[in-house]
Ligand binder design. Structure first.
Ligand SMILES: *[C@@H]1O[C@H](CO)[C@@H](O)[C@H](O)[C@H]1NC(C)=O
Length: 316
């Protein structure tokens, strides 16, 4: 009896220890096949045998009385990339507008300091939270977003931070310093990257600014080429077109929410879903541009999500 208890105990400790040491994720540089193929085989969930919610529950925090398109594009992209349920946490003024764009989204009109308990209830449901599209930059919004970031840290929620969410970070870069695993993927464009860099350097941090937040925070700088900084660094410049439609960034951040959630379940590092999403967005752009040329819009890109997914990953 005592012996079996000891065996059990030692099994338990060794299990805990390996689990600690195994906090390693599969990264791009250790794959011996193309990232797209690896992603399709090991990260994209199978369609059979899943229950509603298994393929991802994403929360998008965004929108304001001025901006309703950005949170819509992010949320619908998360859904079209393959998540089961997408919640939009937005202001009372933006909610009816976003609801009228789409019956596919669950829209909560509770993005206000006076309903923080309701915000927390929605955040708890998320596999990944996408923060930023269309938030605006009023001081009230900056303050509320900072509180949301702190709550997400306590809940250890994986985050994608984009657009005005990055503005909040640039106001106080310590907000997400040493954020816990699975971590954060920030997706600035060149301008946003510039002010994040400036804010980090103002803290007296003179190394590569992208490393400031610690081992679980990665940065994808979007542009004519997309550059990733994390455990690995890489750059993609093929695919896409010269035409950049407003809303393209929201398509990327929303889809990344879905892919990041899948990657975490498959124990795959953040660089893999980020690579996959950069490819997917560029393919949406390329296919939509071939059909619409200069008149291409973000909505045209959304319609190509399935074709782009097949092209990049060879699966439906
Ligand atoms: C970097 O690698 C470490 C060890 O494998 C892992 O814990 C961490 O989550 C990785 N970071 C990202 C952003 O994937």
């Amino acid at each position: 009896m005592l012996k079996s208890l000891i065996v059990l105990l030692s099994f338990y400790t060794s299990f805990v220890v390996t689990n600690e040491a195994n906090n390693k994720c599969v990264d791009i540089d250790s794959l011996n096949e193309p990232v797209g193929e690896y992603f399709a085989k090991n990260v994209v969930p199978k369609l059979e045998g899943l229950h509603k919610g298994d393929a991802g529950k994403i929360v998008v925090v965004g929108g304001s009385s001025e901006y309703t398109g950005a949170p819509y594009f992010a949320a619908i992209s998360a859904l079209k990339a393959g998540a089961d349920l997408v919640y939009v946490l937005t202001t009372a003024s933006a909610a009816p507008v976003i609801k009228s764009y789409s019956p596919d989204l669950i829209v909560h009109p509770t993005l206000s300091p006076s309903t923080f308990t309701a915000i927390e209830t929605v955040l708890r449901k998320a596999d990944v939270v996408v923060i930023g599209p269309g938030l605006g930059r009023t001081s009230e919004t900056v303050h509320l977003t900072a509180n949301i970031l702190n709550t997400c840290r306590t809940l250890r929620k994986p985050l994608v931070i984009d657009a005005d969410g990055l503005y909040v970070i640039s106001k106080d870069v310590t907000l997400v310093k040493n954020y816990p695993s699975p971590g954060i993927i920030m997706t600035p464009n060149h301008l946003e990257a510039k002010y994040l860099k400036k804010a980090v350097e103002a803290m007296g941090y003179k190394q590569n600014w992208q490393k400031y937040w610690g081992p679980h925070v990665s940065v994808l700088v979007k542009g004519a080429s997309d550059s990733f900084y994390g455990n690995t660094t890489w750059e993609i410049s093929d695919g896409g077109s010269q035409r950049r439609a407003g809303g393209q960034g929201d398509i990327l951040s929303g889809s990344l929410g879905t892919f990041f959630g899948w990657a975490i379940k498959a124990n795959v590092c953040a660089s893999v879903p980020t690579f996959a999403v950069a490819r997917l967005t560029r393919a949406c752009n390329e296919i939509a541009f071939a059909a619409h040329g200069r008149s291409m819009t973000a909505s045209d890109m959304l319609l190509q999500m399935h074709a782009a997914f097949e092209k990049c990953f060879g699966v439906v």
